[in-house]
Design a protein around this ligand. Sequence first.
Ligand code: PEP
Ligand code: MG
Length: 324
Amino acid sequence: LADGLRALAQEPAVTKDGHEVPVYANSGLLADIAPSIQSGADGIGLYRTEVPFMIRERFPGEDEQTEIYREILQSFDPRPVTLRTLDVGGDKSLPYFPVSEDNPFLGWRGIRITLDHPEIFLTQLRAMLRASQGLTNLNILFPMISSLAELKGALQLLQRARDELLDEHYVIPVPRVGVMVEVPSAVYLAETLARRVDFLSVGTNDLVQYLLAVDRNNARVADLYNALHPAVLHALVQTAEGAHRAGKQISVCGEMAADPASVILLLGMEIDALSVNVAALARVKWVVRSFSRARARHLLEQCLTMEEPAAIRALLDNALVQAG
Ligand code: PEP
Ligand code: MG
């Protein structure tokens, strides 16, 4: 069975009623490229650029970043690669950029830092754009967006990076641009944000943490951290509807997308793509192939009427057992 799963993982994942749902890999290290390709990833749905920053002793310069991004873009071309701009703060710190706060998850994190330090942001955006020369698979993703003003600020700096490079006679393709939905305010702004970009990507790791006010890394409250909490499910439905009203695609790149029971619900919400850790890839493709969207939607509708996460999980686990 394990060999069969692995062989099938190289094939696209299509639901029983014919909807293809690409399954991408999450990554942050160039060492992940080969295993991702071998495991059948349809691309990289989330490249956490803070990882190469965290393993260095200083900010990598523009040329150094360009090389890193170029290698990953080239390795997957023409399959899409989503490079997320720097998401430090919260639980991820840079030794050479110390930030000390009482509530780091509610503090200076992700896009907030890069908007306050345009020189860091522009260097990174220029490197991403330069790395994409001659390729067409670059997606740029902004983390921790909580307002339209932040998105506008980020888009302005992206435009500036592009204009600078065009002035310098680089030939730069237009990247696809996306917004992470991982702060509750972005759920309510989904349609507004989606209108300004090409796609949304839901970061359930943070979204669940912020919706339920449960630290994602605190063992004492780990029991309360539950992606099948009805509030989370309603938030995801609302986000998917907002993206689709704007005519845009929506993907999920948090750990929830690696949980087979949750994948059924994401299919029912018509999530357009999933991005998961490499170890989960074959399993997630199997779930996509094992359900029709219509059946997934039916199960989702049942789950949305239920009040207890445990009951929701039991229903979905039963559906998985039936699927084989
Ligand atoms: C998330 O929040 O779900 C996410 C994918 O980003 P990270 O885990 O890097 O915060
Ligand atoms: Mg996150």
